[in-house]
Design a protein. Sequence first.
Length: 193
Amino acid sequence: MKVLTRPTLAAACALLIAGLAHADDKAANPNVDEAKGLIKQFADQLQSELKTSINNGGPIKAIEVCQKRAPAIAAGLSRSSGWEVGRTSLKPRNAKLGAPDDWERGVLESFETRKASGESVETMAHAEVVETDQGQRFRFMKAVPTQEVCLACHGTEISEPVAAALDERYPQDQARGFALGDIRGAFSLSKPL
Ligand code: HEC
């Protein structure tokens, strides 16, 4: 049996305490809570509008919801909260709104690595204070898992009329071929500190 020496024990304790302090920090960070609250509002509103329009008008009608309402909901939340609220992806459909900047690309890539090592996509997120030309910003990203309802427009077997409607609106579309549970992209929020 290996006997723990005093310095090893002290180091282990320091690590444990650092770990606990870190966990506490995370739980107590009001910026993270605020960002999560905004993401919940964004996701709830979009998904309820999406479900209603798929049920009432089918997926082609619902494409319009994604095209018009998603940016509008994001802009509304940005105006009312002081945060910049958006969505991004390594394979964006709308490259103008959804293409990641360098920081977002790095985080999205780290999400893929974290998923590959077994972490749940449902709760995956990353927060960081980033230096920018305009000063410090608090940035937060939360992974968006691909659910059943998403497959009609982001999956591997997209129906012919839906594919045609997407081709027409998004000739550079990269957001197809996703499977259930894949990381479709992420919510990305930031605000000045
Ligand atoms: C009815 C078709 C449709 C369905 C269903 C759908 N989407 Fe989309 N999705 C779109 C369209 C269209 C866009 C582009 C929106 C735009 O122009 O900003 C988009 C964009 C996105 C984006 C922004 C990044 C990008 O690729 O441009 C994310 C993230 C996203 N969808 C996730 C999802 C998730 C998660 C679901 C399921 C909960 C889902 N979508 C269901 C059509 C759909």
